[in-house]
Design a protein around this ligand. Structure first.
Ligand SMILES: [Zn+2]
Ligand SMILES: [Zn+2]
Length: 174
């Protein structure tokens, strides 16, 4: 998947947003720092509610039953987001495109940048790369960037390792 680095960054942000929806303002602030969301000075209760709703909306895109449903859900999300592409260089990042409109709220900022990144995944015919972890007790989503679309766990070090240990134990018991 020859995605540009800022797209990869936006995809990692949407995965983080879906898997770890902020429960309070501290967690929202931590998300902004962790994902290096530019131009956000402070966050308030409105931002929190909007970002929580956005997290749920993106979760629906990841867990859509088929490609058409994912397209419809993503179009709805993009349709209510103001988008203004602009080339930018900041904080040591190479030249990249921001999609959020001037004066965008935090939720609009994330909806624009992450929504466009997901749109590119769908346009490339890569809908199947939007996955949910196969571990039975894990609901995390992820973007499978492996060459042969073979990834099944959200994280090979945690869920992958845990499931391999469980399979090993099951074989030993058999
Ligand atoms: Zn940027
Ligand atoms: Zn998992």
């Amino acid at each position: 998947m020859p995605f540009s680095h800022d797209m990869v960054h936006s995809l990692a942000t949407v995965v983080d947003l879906v898997n770890s929806p902020p429960g309070d303002l501290d967690e929202l602030g931590a998300l902004v720092l962790r994902r290096q969301v530019s131009g956000v000075e402070f966050v308030n209760a409105t931002d929190l509610a909007e970002v929580q709703a956005l997290s749920a909306a993106f979760h629906e895109v990841f867990t859509a039953p088929d490609e058409d449903a994912a397209v419809t859900l993503l179009n709805t999300l993009l349709g209510r987001t103001r988008i203004t592409p602009s080339l930018t260089r900041h904080d040591g990042f190479a030249l990249h495109v921001h999609y959020f409109a001037p004066g965008a709220s935090l939720a609009e900022h994330l909806a624009a940048d992450c929504g466009v990144a997901l749109a590119h995944v769908l346009v490339e015919g890569e809908w199947e790369r939007l996955r949910t972890c196969s571990a039975p007790d894990c609901a995390n989503v992820f973007v499978d960037e492996s060459r042969n679309r073979s990834r099944v766990y959200c994280d090979s070090r945690t869920c992958g390792n845990r499931m391999h240990v469980a399979a090993y134990r099951a074989r030993r018991r058999a």
